[in-house]
Write a protein that binds this ligand. Structure first.
Ligand SMILES: [Zn+2]
Length: 252
């Protein structure tokens, strides 16, 4: 078991399970912040599909360019890989019910999204403020602050800085993709509270959306021995009949 967790941590399947109606009934517009192209589907695919089935607009913000997954591929150098990953994201979003026009790609370099204290942090926060003002979401899906990937934590930091001076900030819920080495969130980390969203009715749609990210789920790019691929174990951890969301209030 990962050292991040202690014996006192709560098992995820003990968390309360809610229907979309119970948790999204007041929502008029949602924004999903995805650190990489695929996190929207891996982390929130079920929620996005359920929101769209209720005709609630969903915007997807993809923070990094995703070119870090296969850094040595000759067939897919960074510009090609970025193009491919954006195409995959558009297809995944379409399967979840989100139009291409509702996706924004910030294209920060993969593994170098500017986090707190870095040179470009202010630029990213300014960009984020303008984006959030334009869409003024009622509900914001953000990466979990403790995710074990620097881009996920940096995306969290950018969004929190954006919202610092908002008098009426949107409701935020956090999702973990890299809460453990094998992906997913096996236990609720100490100090966190959360709940589960019942996604049984759209689980297959979520699976279909994730499959759109072929560069991450298959050996489509097979000329990089260091290339990344989501293993069946990782996918099994990430695709459950529920999605786990952590409460964000007062944790900035
Ligand atoms: Zn990611």
């Amino acid at each position: 078991m990962d050292q991040l967790y202690t014996a006192a941590a709560t098992e995820i399947d003990k968390l309360p399970l809610y229907s979309a109606d119970q948790v999204f009934s007041e929502c008029r517009c949602a924004v999903v912040v995805a650190p990489h192209p695929d996190d929207e589907s891996l982390g929130c695919g079920g929620a996005i599909a359920l929101l769209r089935q209720s005709d609630i607009p969903v915007q997807i913000l993809v923070v990094s360019d995703g070119t870090g997954s296969h850094p040595n591929s000759r067939r897919y150098p960074p510009s090609q890989l970025r193009h491919l990953r954006e195409q995959e994201t558009r297809l995944a979003a379409k399967r979840l019910g989100v139009d291409a026009q509702a996706i924004t790609f910030w294209r920060w370099p993969d593994k170098a999204v500017p986090g707190l204290g870095t040179q470009d942090f202010i630029i990213a926060v300014d960009q984020g403020r303008r984006y959030l003002r334009r869409h003024s979401p009622a509900l914001l899906f953000v990466p979990w602050r403790g995710d074990q990937h620097c881009d996920h934590r940096a995306a969290w930091q950018i969004i929190q800085a954006c919202l610092q001076d908002w008098s009426h900030p949107p409701r935020q819920v956090a999702y973990a993709v890299w809460g453990s080495r094998s992906a997913g969130l096996p236990l609720l980390p100490p100090g966190e509270t959360g709940w589960r969203l019942d996604i049984r009715s759209v689980e297959e749609i979520k699976r279909w959306a994730i499959a759109a990210h072929r560069s991450q789920t298959t050996l489509l790019i097979d000329d990089d021995p260091n290339g990344f691929c989501l293993t069946p174990d990782m996918l099994a951890n990430l695709i459950q009949p529920w999605e786990t969301y952590l409460d964000v209030t007062d944790k900035r």
